[in-house]
Structures are given as structure tokens and as C-alpha cells.
Design a protein around this ligand. Sequence first.
Ligand SMILES: NC(=O)c1ccc[n+]([C@@H]2O[C@H](COP(=O)([O-])OP(=O)(O)OC[C@H]3O[C@@H](n4cnc5c(N)ncnc54)[C@H](OP(=O)(O)O)[C@@H]3O)[C@@H](O)[C@H]2O)c1
Length: 278
Amino acid sequence: MDGQKVAIVTGSSSGIGFETSLLLARSGYVTFATMRDLRKGGLLKKIVIKEEIPLTVSPLDVTDQYSVSKGIGSIFRKAGRIDILINNAGYGLTGAFEDLSIEEIRSQYETNFFGLIRTTQAVLPIMRDQKSGIIINISSGLGRFGIATNSAYVSSKFAVEGLTESISYELEPFGIRTIIIEPGIIKTNFLNSSKLARKARDPNSPYKNFMQNSEKGINKLNESGQDPGIVANIIKESIEDTNPRLRYLAGKDVEQIMEIKNKLSDEDFHSMLKKMGD
Ligand SMILES: NC(=O)c1ccc[n+]([C@@H]2O[C@H](COP(=O)([O-])OP(=O)(O)OC[C@H]3O[C@@H](n4cnc5c(N)ncnc54)[C@H](OP(=O)(O)O)[C@@H]3O)[C@@H](O)[C@H]2O)c1
């Protein structure tokens, strides 16, 4: 593995993680496509045999400390180094705030936020010893602005943004870069695997109008989703960027909305999103 960079991608069973693992391996990165359910690694394994690319499917559940320590430890023993960690595993949770149980919110954070903390803390001692490394955290356009019926998901991504921005100061002196990727709407398994809060199904919920609008919105979004390959390309660009930045937008839609957001006051942006949701 001389001279080749070693990359770990979490949540590689589908969508952005799947495409990113493939793109990196096809570009010569020694890639560990990790997933919590190895039975979902069949297609990747077939491609590896056909194309003879440096990709290994390996187990890692980001919500399980033992699985993270064991998974990262075994990758390090095999590869001898870890250059890039891509924290991609995540899912959505829909429901008005008052309809969310604390358990549902906690589960959301266990994957989207604490999951990324576990994997990052597991690789940092290795990267510090190497005096180099890149941590890439997959946030979202919704890591920059909130929307109704998604407060748990949005706040988990805001937490990812705040954490990444803060640790960038601490890690820079050790030669470790941190990157935030903010995808727009991407056609993946995301909507299928998103959870609906139990109480949000209640027809007597005082927030049922929000849920109806949210469903209409989701159907529209389903049609306009972009290819996950777009995000994979931006991730690769961010790794190889000679003028590295902290944040990279991924998708035309998120570029457009952030351009508008940057020009408007919070109040005007709020009114605009409210009108779009009606
Ligand atoms: N799609 C979008 O529009 C969009 C927009 C902005 C940001 N994002 C973010 O992009 C990331 C990837 O999502 P995606 O769109 O590619 O959706 P996806 O196709 O549903 O992929 C999500 C991946 O995360 C994995 N995962 C979930 N819980 C896990 C756990 N405990 N341990 C390990 N892996 C776990 C899933 O594994 P299983 O197959 O086992 O469930 C799957 O591989 C997420 O962080 C998401 O928030 C997506």
C-alpha cells in the first residue's frame, strides 16, 4: 500500500457512501467501505472482483462503541495508516418537535452526531501520530438553515457543523484537516430509510397541517433529487483541493439557496421558506 492514501467511509451500503467508496477506490485510494450490515455489501464486492479496485467491505455500526473500536482497529492493522475518514452514515427523522419523543431524538443523535464523534475519536490518535489526516463530515444544506418537521435532523446537522468548525482549530496544528460537505437534495435511499415520529401519525396532532405540507414537499423533492455521484465528486475534490476550504456545497439546489440566504436577513429568509412551504 506504499504511497496510497487509506480512506474509510461510513454508511457505504447505499447512496452517497456507496458512490464515494467506489469513486475513491477507482481513483486509487485504498478504501474501506464500512457498513453495519455486511449483507448489503454484495454489489460492491462484485464490482471489486470485476474491476480489481482497492476496496474492502468491512463492518462498522457507528452507534456501537465496540463495533467502532474493533472496526477502526482492524482497518489500521491491515492498512498500517488512516489518511481520510468520511463520516457519512446518517438518517432522517420527520415529525413536529412536540410530537417527537426524547427516545426518537436520542436515536437520531446517536447515529448522526454521536456516531461521528465515536469514529473521529477512534482515528485521531492514529492521525496525530502520522501528523496528517483528513476528517470529512457529511452535513447537509439543513446544517445551515432549519425547516418545519425536521428539527431533530436539522439540529443534529447543526451540531455536526459546530463540532467540525470547533475541532478544526485543535487539529490543524497536528496536520489534520477538517471538511464539512453540505449536500442538497440527493436521490438515495435517504427518504425510504427516514423515520416518521410515532406521534406524527396521529390524525389529532395539532401539527397535522405541517405534516401534510411536509409530505407534499417530500414528494416534490423525490422528483428533483440529484445523483449521489455529484456528492462523491465534491468529496474527492475537497480531499485533493490545493486551496482547501472548511465547507463545500454539493448540488445546484443547495448552491442556489445558500446564495439567496447569504443575501437575505434571517427574517426575509424565514418568510421566503414559509411561502415555499405553503
Ligand atoms: N439524500 C439527501 O438528500 C441528503 C442531503 C443532505 C445530506 N445527506 C446526508 O448524507 C448522508 C448519507 O445519506 P444518503 O442520502 O446516502 O442516504 P442512504 O442511502 O439512506 O445512506 C445512509 C447510509 O447510512 C447508513 N447508516 C445508518 N445508520 C447507521 C449506523 N448506525 N451505522 C452505520 N451506518 C449506518 C445506512 O446503512 P443501512 O443501509 O444499514 O441503513 C446507509 O448506508 C447522511 O448523513 C445524510 O444525512 C443526504
